[in-house]
Design a protein around this ligand. Structure first.
Ligand SMILES: C[S@@+](CC[C@H](N)C(=O)[O-])C[C@H]1O[C@@H](n2cnc3c(N)ncnc32)[C@H](O)[C@@H]1O
Length: 302
């Protein structure tokens, strides 16, 4: 199945890891009508959209829940669901025609940013355009919801993304959306052996712009929650980082060490190939941690 790209550029998006997440879900035993997939830290929405597509392709009647705590990010993704892609594309093309190209032209970028900030309550999808032209194509909003990243060194052509925009809109129409803090989301959403929680929280030892105060205490609470939900039959797949630039997440490492039943897959950040064991002394160590007994040996190998 072809993976749909994300419209909103998002650092930490899980597009590359999706084939592994999908295969774990296929092997989870929950791949039946009525299955619920919770994308609790939804971000760009790329996981929710592609899971909705996968369930439909495999003829499984499923409910996909996208949840995102960050109100600015949430309202962009929600607007892609609620607004005709023709309207979104036309506005993005007008934005680009009026202010682009911004590459090498900082004044054009600042003017575009002012325009987007003045209009995004009415048209949140305009943020997609400014993110593409911003530094490292990274979304960054201030406390009052204004986009506040600086100019980048890229330009873009909205019409290159027409198919992605159209697919995103279509698949989002079947996704349920909410904007809660993760623990509040769990309080409101039941678990059971037909429920799979995909957990992609901020990584405590990295320094993303969407941490919202995420700390080791949050990691502990999330682990506790995942374990409790597993006791009622729930499945979870967690994405996280065990080591980064000389720092290690000892909370996660201890959890793995003390729970031999957990399956841990190490992801090679360069090739996105997966291994059951990796030298954790160097670089960034990204993992999938799950209570699903899966075999990912042959995913992505022809
Ligand atoms: C690693 S990113 C998720 C990326 C996403 N999986 C994707 O593919 O685009 C983590 C997300 O968690 C959100 N977040 C931060 N604190 C949160 C909290 N307490 N509860 C729920 N979500 C939170 C952030 O805004 C961010 O979008």
């Amino acid at each position: 199945m072809e993976i749909i790209d994300n419209m909103l550029r998002y650092n930490g998006d899980k597009k590359e890891v999706l084939p592994y997440i999908m295969e774990l879900v296929r092997q989870s035993g929950a791949m039946k009508d009525g299955v619920i997939f919770n994308d609790v830290f939804g971000g760009s929405g790329v996981v929710s959209i592609n899971m909705a597509k996968m369930f439909e392709h495999e003829d499984v009647n499923a409910l996909v829940n996208y949840n995102e705590y960050d109100k600015c990010c949430y309202r962009v993704i929600e607007s892609l669901k609620l607004t005709s892609p023709d309207v979104v594309m036309s506005d993005l093309e007008k934005l680009q025609a009026q202010f682009g190209p911004t590459k090498g032209n900082k004044d054009a970028f600042w003017a575009m940013r002012d325009f987007v900030n003045a209009n995004h309550d009415r048209c949140p999808w305009l943020d997609i355009g400014i993110v593409r032209c911003a530094f490292s194509s990274t979304p960054r909003w201030n406390g009052s919801g204004g986009f506040n990243n600086s100019p980048g060194n890229r330009d873009w052509n909205p019409s290159d993304h027409w198919q992605t925009l159209y697919d995103t809109h279509c698949w989002l129409t079947s996704v349920c959306m909410s904007s809660h803090e993760s623990m509040a989301f769990f309080d409101m959403n039941r678990t059971g052996n037909d429920v799979i929680d995909y957990l992609d929280p901020p990584y405590t030892i990295t320094n993303a712009n969407y941490m919202h105060g995420w700390s080791f205490e949050h990691d502990l609470k999330l682990i506790d929650m995942a374990e409790n939900r597993a006791l009622s039959g729930g499945k979870f797949i967690m994405s996280n980082v065990l080591a980064h630039r000389g720092k290690r997440n000892h909370i996660l490492e201890d959890w793995i060490k003390n729970n031999p039943d957990l399956n841990v897959y190490y992801i090679d950040k360069k090739t996105y190939k997966i291994a059951r064991l990796l030298d954790t002394d160097h670089g960034t160590v990204e993992v999938l941690i799950t209570n699903i007994k899966g075999d990912l040996e042959n995913v992505g190998r022809d």
